[in-house]
Design a protein around this ligand. Structure first.
Ligand code: ZN
Length: 194
């Protein structure tokens, strides 16, 4: 059962032993497989307030007590969903490159969305999304917000020309400034939307 009550997802999770973390990881991967289109899940989403999360984009990855130890200044905008909020999509701002440590991995794990493979962007975003869950942070707290360029009262929010976005064509993807992406749209490239 996946928790859908936002207030329950706003508590920080506590650290866990590797043995207990591995058991929780197995349960999380099971829940994730049962879900529709889920690519990541954190323990507090199934009611366990411990620091364990899983991501399954390219391969199943369990992270016990994960920490982001490095993150790029470069950020990009990405459309996100969450199994706890199945009816919501949010455009968020995420770091383009991150380095993660976790108690069940001996080395450092690097993730970069700056790649030709769209799955690299999905994985990099999912890791940041799930580690956020463990700190009681949801995708709504990372929403890309920009002052609208007001032309009328109901002028829509626009993506700025210097904001970085992800575009895709088949399985290929690129992160680039919106002003450069604009010229490729219509040439088979599309803004990543879920
Ligand atoms: Zn989520």
């Amino acid at each position: 059962m996946i928790i859908k009550d936002k207030s329950k997802l706003q508590e920080k999770c506590s650290s866990v032993s590797i043995v207990e973390g591995e058991e929780i990881g197995v349960r999380l991967l099971h829940e994730l497989r049962e879900s529709e289109n889920g690519i990541g899940l954190a323990a507090n989403q199934i009611g366990i307030n411990k620091r364990v999360c899983v991501v399954n984009v390219k391969e199943p990855l369990v992270l016990i007590n994960p920490r982001i130890v490095e993150k790029s200044k470069e950020q990009f905008i990405f459309p996100e969903g969450c199994l706890s909020f199945p009816d919501s999509k949010v455009k968020t701002t995420r770091h383009q490159d991150i380095v993660v440590e976790a108690d069940n991995h001996s080395g450092k794990l690097s993730f970069s969305a700056n790649s030709k493979e769209i799955n690299d962007a999905f994985e990099c975003v999912a890791i940041q999304h799930e580690i956020d869950h463990l700190d009681g942070i949801t995708m709504f707290d990372r929403e890309f917000k920009q002052e609208p360029i007001v032309k009328g009262v109901n002028a829509p929010k626009k993506i700025g020309r210097n904001e970085k976005v992800t575009i895709t064509k088949g399985s290929e993807s690129k992160i680039l400034k919106y002003k450069k992406a604009e010229s490729l749209l219509g040439d088979g490239w599309a803004l990543v939307e879920q």
